[in-house]
Design a protein around this ligand. Structure first.
Ligand code: GLY
Ligand code: MN
Ligand code: MN
Length: 424
């Protein structure tokens, strides 16, 4: 069978979103839904704006990323797109919408978002988006009866969404390869960042999150944000956590490299093999919390095998020693947000699924379903503050401090891929 085009897949995606909205609106007692793209926000005391990031709930409906636009939907009718195209000569007004998705909408081009009220008319509206003058008095903002089921459903990606994420991944992979080449040819963190953006074809603000480009000890800072302009002499290691987007859908990829052969490269290979094994556990019906706990057991094995931790792997998990070296969750939902919505939801109508005791940073506690897109990102880090805290208590006795000192200058390792749960 011929591969279906993105446009064909999108038609089915939109139908499914409408069906979800129909159900949520009926349950919440609303006549219709207005979903706002969001507004440009100005820096304090300044007349320039923060980079614009559309409301992810708007992007669920369409790939557009224009501020002050609205999807107006009433069950049984074609969705209306109120598209703001101001008459402006300070900023270039957006082009009228174009592309595979436009024919699915009744498009109304307006010169001001204030025209929304007249076009939408009076009804019991649920309004998704930050309060703004254009939506004032139109209806209830972000009612949980509507946001709950829509956010919950977003964990399951439609074939359209999976294809968008695959396109984002292709750009991310291309850029990761360029970044590695830049690192190997002597670039600084900042220069690696530029090589990444160029290869991804993205301005910084078009990336799904700030690039983490960390040499040596910087890799021990989980969300390291500084891009050093100078490359230090004798760089040992390089961790890059960087993504790309397509139509608002993100990829979130991490790789770690050693400058030379040796113990650190061996440790990278061990984490990589754990990562591959855990990625294979992403199947429908699996409780994601179990993958996180398995990551601790597997990483404990790596720590013991590499002589970093003494005693048994079981004891290292039991005593919390693994959390010294792996202090974050094994991953999260991924989609229109990098850490996507409703990771802890017990169901579409609310409730929370608890994190396992002692694991406060896990971001996903749901059972995987077909179409769930998640990351799998185990790591081993040498973080001074966590190591010193462990040295001061009983955990310190299980750690081989000589081995830690040898590896500490490399900062840490994380390896991250994106996986869609599928039967079979
Ligand atoms: N890039 C952020 C994360 O991996 O969660
Ligand atoms: Mn991630
Ligand atoms: Mn990441």
């Amino acid at each position: 069978m011929a591969k279906r085009t993105l446009g064909e897949l999108y038609g089915d995606h939109l139908k499914a979103v409408c069906a979800l909205a129909d159900k949520a609106l009926a349950a919440g007692g609303y006549d219709g839904l207005i979903t706002c793209s969001g507004r440009q926000v100005y820096y304090y005391l300044d007349d320039s704006t923060y980079p614009f990031r559309p409301n992810p709930r708007y992007r669920y409906w369409l790939p557009d990323a224009t501020p002050d636009c609205f999807v107006v939907y009433r069950p049984g009718r074609r969705p209306m797109l109120v598209f703001n195209q101001p008459d402006d000569y300070w900023f270039l007004p957006p082009e009228a919408p174009e592309g595979y998705w436009v024919a699915h909408f009744d498009v109304k081009v307006v010169r001001s978002p204030a025209e929304l009220g007249k076009l939408a008319g009076k009804a019991r509206w649920a309004v998704l988006g930050e309060p703004a003058p254009a939506t004032e008095g139109l209806g209830d903002h972000d009612p949980p009866a509507v946001t709950g089921p829509l956010d919950y459903a977003r964990a399951v990606k439609s074939p359209y969404e999976v294809e968008c994420m695959a396109l984002a991944t292709a750009a991310g992979v291309r850029a990761h390869r360029a970044a590695e080449a830049a690192f190997r040819s002597g670039a600084s963190e900042y220069e690696v960042h530029l090589a990444y953006c160029r290869a991804a074809g993205a301005r910084e603000e078009e990336l799904p999150y700030n690039n983490i480009i960390a040499f040596d000890r910087h890799a021990a800072v989980l969300h390291y944000q500084v891009l050093d302009r100078a490359r230090p002499a004798g760089v040992r290691s390089f961790l890059i956590d960087a993504g790309a987007q397509h139509a608002g859908y993100a990829c979130d990829i991490t790789r770690t490299y050693a400058a030379e052969d040796g113990e650190f490269l061996d440790l990278i290979r061990s984490v990589d093999s754990v990562q591959q094994k855990l990625a294979d556990r992403v199947r429908p019906g699996v409780d994601y919390r179990d993958i996180h706990l398995e990551a601790h057991r597997s990483l404990a094995g790596v720590l013991v095998r590499h002589g970093i931790v003494r005693g048994s792997a079981e004891a290292a998990v039991e005593s919390g020693v693994t959390s010294v070296f792996f202090p974050h969750g094994i991953g999260h939902l991924l989609g229109l947000m990098v850490h996507d919505a409703a990771g802890f939801a017990a169901g579409p109508d609310g409730g929370t699924r608890a994190k396992p005791a002692g694991h406060p940073y896990l971001r996903l506690t749901r059972d995987l379903e077909p179409g769930f897109a998640v990351t799998i990102e185990p790591g081993i880090y040498f973080i001074d503050s966590l190591l010193e805290a462990a040295r001061a208590d009983a955990r310190g006795r299980a750690i081989d401090w000589k081995r830690v000192e040898a590896l500490r200058p490399h900062g840490g390792i994380r390896i991250e891929d994106n996986v869609v749960a599928q039967d079979g």
